[in-house]
Design a protein. Structure first.
Length: 206
């Protein structure tokens, strides 16, 4: 009964959420588009002609933003285990970004060029057990950081979602070693009660 009440409350909040309504009106696949939009408006991550990789891209709202901002000469790669409906200007690779076959496909399409921006809005499948979910969140962020370190060009940028809690400060310190600047962002579209924040690494060290 409690789960049912909680689910109904969440659904009511979701339906009435201003960002959800705005996303529907403006053609974005989820409210998450406004998180990336706000961060990019402030920090100017995405520019015309850039090559961007979005890890865990489904349903594709961040790719929608990236495609618009990188323009016709940009390239936006979406990687996810789940299918992502096509978006003009997005190149989708389905599979686990840790698997060799997926990485080989990406590297073949990059044809030797480096990536300008790596994005990750990945979140774990929530168990409801806070410590477990926190550990999963940090682990996903670590995997995304490792990918970014291997594929970003010197001077490139990295934006990753991670939950605040045990392991967060250690991950933040590790990420800070790889970039000349590391910032914490909490966009307005991120719900106040959510422990999520975004770490923004600027200027990947050579």
């Amino acid at each position: 009964m409690k789960r049912t009440r909680t689910s109904k409350a969440w659904m009511m909040e979701h339906v009435n959420d201003a960002y959800v309504q705005r996303a529907k009106a403006e053609g974005y696949r989820s409210r998450a588009a406004y998180k990336l939009t706000e961060i990019d408006d402030k920090d100017h991550l995405l520019r015309p002609g850039m090559t961007v990789v979005d890890l865990g891209a489904a349903p594709g709202s961040w790719c929608q933003v990236a495609v618009k901002r990188c323009g016709a000469k940009g390239r936006v790669f979406a990687l996810d285990l789940l299918p992502v409906e096509p978006i003009p200007g997005m190149e989708f690779i389905q599979g686990d970004f840790l698997e060799d076959a997926v990485l080989e496909t990406l590297e073949a399409r990059l044809a030797g060029s480096r990536v300008d921006v790596v994005l990750s809005d990945m979140a774990p499948n929530m168990s409801g057990i806070e410590l477990v979910d926190q550990a999963k969140s940090v682990h996903l962020a670590e995997l995304a950081l490792d990918f970014a370190v291997r594929h970003l060009r010197p001077g490139g940028s990295f934006l990753v979602k991670v939950f605040q809690g045990p392991g967060f400060m250690e991950f933040r310190a590790e990420a800070a070693k790889q970039f000349r600047s590391l910032q914490v962002r909490k966009p307005k579209a991120s719900r106040d009660r959510s422990p999520e924040v975004y770490l923004l690494g600027l200027e990947r060290k050579a």
